[in-house]
Design a protein around this ligand. Sequence first.
Ligand SMILES: [Ca+2]
Ligand SMILES: [Ca+2]
Length: 256
Amino acid sequence: MSFSSSSSSLTLGLLVAGAWLGATGAQAHGDTAHTGGLASAPSAQVAAPFDIVHTRVRVDGRHAVFHMAVSGRAGSSKPARSGQLAGSQVFSYVWPTTLDPAEVGFEPKSGVLAFAVTAHPDFDDTPLFDENGDGDPANDGELWHSHWVVLQPDAACGKDMLKVVDIPEGSTPLLPATWPGLPLLIDSPGYSPLFRGASVEVRVPLANAAALAQARHDGVTAALRVNASVHSPLLCVVDVFKVASGNLSLPARVER
Ligand SMILES: [Ca+2]
Ligand SMILES: [Ca+2]
């Protein structure tokens, strides 16, 4: 299968009306643990658990550390359970990057590679993990968990909106070993998101941490929705709560 989009062609500024700060290295919320990265002004227009004030990605040895802080309590808001997969909601903390999706096992140049922490009470997409420890690996979606996803714009999701890239029936793209079996470019690698007050952080092993060190990133909080008829596009971004940069320009350097 072939893909044509690239991260450099992202023109998704219409997604949000947010304050464009463009500043890196600034301090927005007075926490010395939140140095560097991308600072964003708090906004009364955004629900506090998704009101990004600081986004940072750093390389620590063989690991990437994805960090985000919000003006409220991170992780305290989840979608209401709808009782069915079709049309159900996903809430997310997302770090779009300039990394090639091939770095984590997807097809090269298949879209924008993003790390994401999500919760969605109506389905489980971590078949290898039992996050709630009840012996059933298929009932954990409401607990926050991590993904790699490949994103592309799709007008079917709304003007200038993104989707998780679908896998057309019959095609066999390269996929990570922990791909959960959904017809999407999504990985469920099982790395635990750690919530501490206003922040969420995930430590992620990377075979090629050197590539990450050259990358840039952004921070996004958003709701996604499963297609009402469970057809492609299967998983659209439908409501962007906030973009750290204000314009999804992925301006922040990964730190070492
Ligand atoms: Ca599970
Ligand atoms: Ca379980």
